[in-house]
Ligand binder design. Structure first.
Ligand code: HEM
Ligand code: HEM
Length: 240
C-alpha cells in the first residue's frame, strides 16, 4: 500500500472506529430518553442530556469524516502537478474546506435560532459544494435512475443534512413537541441511511483498486466483467 492508499483508508477507518460506535450509543440513549418520558421508565435524569451531548458529537464526527473523504478524493484524483484548475482552484477548494469547518464550529457555539439555522445551512452548502466537484464519484445525479439510490455519496450528504438539522434544532427538540416528533422521524431515516452507508461503503472499498493497480484495471470492461490478458513475462534465458 502506498501513502495515497492509506489516505483512502482514513475515511472508512474513522467511520468504523469513531462514528458507528457513537451511532449505537446515541440510538440507545435516544430510545431510553423516550421510555423515560413516555413509559415513565426508572432511568437516570441525565439520559436526555447524555443523548443530546453524544448526538452533537455524532453530528460533528459525521461532517468531519465526510470532509476527510471529499478532500482525499479531490486531492488524489490526479498527481499534484496536473491538478485540474491549477493552484487557484486548489486554494479555492481549500478555503471551502476551512470555511465549512469554521461554520460547523460556529453552529456548535452560537445560541440564537437565526444563527443556528444560518450556520447549519452554510455547513451543508460547503459539503454539497465540495461534493459537486467532478473528481467526486456520485454514481448518478438522476433521482429517477436506480443507480442514484445505490449512491454512497447521495445517502452520505443526506445523512449529513439530517445530523445538521438535529444539531441546529437541539434547543427546540427539547422544548417543542412538534420538533421532537420531527427529530424522531428524521433520526429513524438517518439510522436507515447509516445502515446503507455501511453496505455501500464496504462495496466501494472492495471495488476501488490500489493505486498501483489502477492503470491495468482502468483497461477493464466493468459492465462485461472482462479485463485484457496480463502482459506476458519476458522469457527467461534457456527456457523453451
Ligand atoms: C441516529 C441518531 C439519533 C436518534 C435515533 C435519536 C433519537 C431520539 C429519540 C428516540 C428521542 C426521544 C424522543 C421522545 O422523547 O419522544 C430523542 C430526543 C432528543 N434528541 Fe435525538 N436522536 C438522534 C440524534 C440526535 C442528534 C444528532 C441530536 C443533536 C444534538 C439529538 C438531540 C436530541 C434532543 C435534544 C432530544 C431531547 C432530549 C430530552 O428530552 O431531554 N439527537 N432523540
Ligand atoms: C457515517 C457513515 C458514512 C458516511 C456519511 C459516508 C459518506 C461518504 C461520502 C460523502 C464520501 C465521498 C463520496 C464518494 O467518494 O463516494 C465517501 C467516500 C467513501 N466512503 Fe464513506 N461514508 C460513511 C461510511 C463508510 C463506511 C462504513 C465505509 C467502508 C467500510 C465507507 C467507505 C468509503 C470509501 C471507500 C469512500 C471513497 C473515498 C475514501 O475512501 O476516502 N464509508 N463516504
Amino acid at each position: 500500500m502506498t501513502t495515497v492508499d492509506w489516505l483512502w483508508v482514513l475515511h472508512p477507518a474513522l467511520a468504523v472506529v469513531l462514528v458507528y460506535p457513537l451511532i449505537g450509543m446515541t440510538i440507545r440513549l435516544g430510545v431510553q430518553t423516550r421510555s423515560r418520558r413516555v413509559d415513565k421508565a426508572k432511568l437516570p435524569a441525565s439520559t436526555g442530556r447524555d443523548h443530546a451531548d453524544l448526538g452533537s458529537w455524532l453530528a460533528a464526527a459525521v461532517v468531519g469524516i465526510v470532509l476527510v473523504a471529499l478532500t482525499v478524493v479531490i486531492a488524489t484524483k490526479a498527481a499534484p502537478g496536473s491538478f485540474e484548475g491549477g493552484p487557484t482552484r486548489a486554494l479555492t477548494l481549500l478555503l471551502v474546506v476551512m470555511g465549512t469547518v469554521v461554520s460547523l464550529v460556529a453552529l456548535w457555539r452560537v445560541r440564537a435560532r437565526a444563527y443556528r439555522l444560518c450556520f447549519a445551512l452554510l455547513t451543508w452548502i460547503g459539503v454539497l459544494g465540495l461534493g459537486a466537484q467532478p473528481e467526486v464519484y456520485r454514481v448518478s445525479d438522476n433521482p429517477l435512475s436506480t443507480e442514484f439510490w445505490t449512491s454512497h455519496y447521495w445517502a452520505g450528504v443526506a445523512v449529513v443534512g439530517l445530523m445538521l438539522f438535529s444539531l441546529g434544532a437541539r434547543p427546540e427538540i427539547l422544548r417543542e413537541p412538534r420538533l421532537r416528533r420531527l427529530h424522531v422521524s428524521a433520526s429513524v431515516l438517518a439510522a436507515v441511511l447509516f445502515t446503507l452507508q455501511g453496505i455501500t461503503g464496504s462495496r466501494d472499498l472492495l471495488t476501488i483498486p490500489l493505486s498501483w493497480q489502477k492503470t491495468f484495471l482502468g483497461a477493464c470492461n466493468w459492465s462485461e466483467m472482462r479485463c485484457p490478458p496480463p502482459p506476458r513475462a519476458p522469457a527467461l534465458p534457456g527456457s523453451p
